[in-house]
Design a protein around this ligand. Sequence first.
Ligand code: CUA
Length: 369
Amino acid sequence: MSVLSTLMGMMQSDAAGQAAAGAAEAAAPAGEAAKAAAQAIEIAPTVYPGPAPTDLYWLPEPVSVTTESVDWLYYGVLGLSYFCFIGITIAVIYFVLKYRKRPGHDQAQPSPSHNNPLEITWTVIPAIICVFLFLFGWRGYIDVATPPEHALEIQITGQKWFWTVKYPNGYNDPNNELHVPVNRSVRLIMTSNDVLHSFFIPVFRVKQDVVPRRYTELWFKATKPGVYRVYCAEYCGKDHSQMKTVVVVHEPGGYQKYLERVDEAENAGPADVKTGEKVYNQFCIACHTLDGSARVGPSFKNLVMGSDHKMTDGSMVKVDENYLKESILDPMAKIRDGYPPGMTPFKGVLSDKKIDSVILFIKSLNQAE
Ligand code: CUA
């Protein structure tokens, strides 16, 4: 009864919240609403539909090209175990009954100490079985451990207690999910920001440790569109059990469309300093400091708008937005005096919004002076 009333209470407060949100929306002027819409394109998290009913009795439905060898081996070993278990149990029961103590049979009989044919049989047959298991296991391992060339590469970072997924277009998945196309080999390049984790996709029959300060890899080729579970399979602390997500296998063309949506969401709304700081921490921090000290490149501090900077060819360049943008997209165009021409171009890596944001961020650093 109390559970029911709690539930009712939750539903009511939920409804009240929705009503309040609706009222706020109605109260906001149309222009404000449009602005809010332009600022954020939300990509809703994917709902995991739950395991298939057959998953209760069998291994989860296999949906990758390398699952066959794993499953055959697993069911083979399981079958052998059943066979031995049942055989031994029947033999034990049979012998217990046959040689039980009963009138006329109470004298223990000496058992044979050695029997060559028997010993050879029970050595050779298991040895042959072991060799076959090894061969199948080895072949399966080679399949699972060798990603094909030209696989689609996606980067995975594990940290307490979530996975970050970074696509080839440079964007992180907005919901920390893994989206992949069907019938395409995918290679995951994985590392950890803190402790050991393990990336485990049961339907693909792949599991790989994710280790700090080194890369490990995993590959699969999904054969059926759908939404499947991803787990962390290495105990990594308090919320290890919560460190799960989904892999979404898209129909042909769906993956590209999804990436375009991610791209759109990334670029929706105006540039802002906060986004710029994120971009700085992700892309610029290795070479450019904020405290005035020189690293590979000049510091972002004292990069004052309107000041003149000397270039390696002796010319002077006035610092403005155009100069900053050009230096991000095509760093070789103008090289600051005293620094090596070592920066990689960010053309195609950073969106216009991100470039504008990082310029705003640089300007915000030097506003006070
Ligand atoms: Cu990460 Cu367990």
